[in-house]
Structure formats: structure tokens, C-alpha cells
Write a protein of this length. Sequence first.
Length: 101
Amino acid sequence: MEAVTRQKGISDEMVEYIGILTKLELSEEERAQAKKDIGRMLAYVDKLNELDTEGTEPMCHVLPIQNVFREDVVSNGDESADLLRNAPYRRDNMFAVPRVL
């Protein structure tokens, strides 16, 4: 993409190729507008490349993210005996179900 941003403009072939990649069928007017829009986007990217980012720490997200996971603590205990009480068939502290082939 860097090679494209340094060009003066974007070619009709490039717009056609982008249309194929995005599975869009564009009319001539839409292609012309897309060519202008893509050119403006690439010019903006070039403008951003002019910023001095030396010493700037990279971010993985724009908002501060903290670990939302909690410790895995058992709070309700082992209720397997209560669950198995409703089972029609049991085997070795497990539900027994008919074999399905």
C-alpha cells in the first residue's frame, strides 16, 4: 500500500481491482467518485505519516482496558447428589443413558 500512497493518483485499473475484491459492480460515475475518495484517503494516510511518533508508546486499544476476569472460586459446592436424585438411571455417580448407535 505504501507504493500506492506515494503515487500522484490512483489508476482506473486499481479502482477496478478494488471493485473486484469487494465484489462491487460500480457504474462509471461511482468509479470516478470511488477514485476521488480513495485518493483522498491515501492523501490522509500520507499526511499521518508526516507525524513525528518517535518515543510514542504503541497502543493496542484506544480505551484503557483492564483484566475483567475474576478468580475461579467455587461458591455453591458439589450438588451432584441432588442432581442424581432425579436421574432415572445412575452408574458411578453419573447419569446412565441408553447407547445410541
